[in-house]
Design a protein around this ligand. Structure first.
Ligand code: SF4
Length: 201
């Protein structure tokens, strides 16, 4: 269920330079809060709508524009469309920039139509990766998505030409304090290896 934080995003995590959530180097934002409760969801710590980190939408937009050499922005979560006003505001204000915009959502396209959002989304995104995560359809060799039922929607004016390939991609981020963060859709072996590293977050 959507919760209103005014002009603030409830943010779970930000990676200013990631390479696995769409083509090129991307500023990636995980938004906090999701009520869709997909069985087997890997981001269950992002289900709660309790405030994790509130970031004013203008501050986030400015931070994105200050980040050098990125090709685009990717929003995921959590469920970005359970913070619909600010998500659409951010995508709209990125529209004039050269940055491409990717939106992950657990909603199906017909649900977005029923919610009255798809027309707006079509105007302000270059790619929408949609649909619930389904554990029984888990897929570790499909670029940019976690289960094979999820779809790729390229709006008519999309500037993204790249199409997903049969590729397994993960990203391991080691921060200055030694914390290790594993991103993407790894198999259990890789996950276990990262879990056993001395410092993990
Ligand atoms: S939509 Fe995404 S964050 Fe929400 S439960 Fe499903 S997989 Fe998890």
């Amino acid at each position: 269920m959507a919760k209103d934080y005014g002009e603030y995003f409830n943010v779970a995590h930000i990676e200013p330079e990631s390479h696995i959530y769409g083509p090129g180097k991307r500023f990636v934002v995980w938004l906090q809060g999701c009520s869709l409760a997909c069985e087997g969801c890997w981001n269950q710590d992002m289900w709660s709508v309790r405030e994790k980190k509130l970031v004013h939408r203008q501050q986030l937009l400015d931070e994105i524009h200050r980040t050098p050499d990125i090709d685009g922005v990717t929003l995921l979560g959590g469920e970005p469309l359970q913070q619909p006003n600010n998500t659409l505001w951010l995508l709209t204000h990125l529209h004039a920039q050269a940055l491409t915009r990717i939106l992950y959502t657990g909603y199906e396209l017909d649900e977005l139509v029923a919610m009255g959002l798809l027309d707006h989304i079509n105007r302000v995104t270059d790619l929408v990766i949609y649909g619930r995560y389904q554990r029984e359809n888990r897929q570790i060799n499909l670029q940019w998505s976690g289960s094979s039922n999820q779809g790729y929607h390229y709006p008519p004016a999309s500037r993204i030409e790249a199409r997903p390939s049969a590729t397994t991609e993960i990203e391991i981020i080691i921060s200055d304090n030694g914390a290790v963060r594993l991103l993407g859709y790894p198999d259990e072996v890789i996950r276990d290896i990262v879990d056993q590293l001395p410092v993990s977050s």
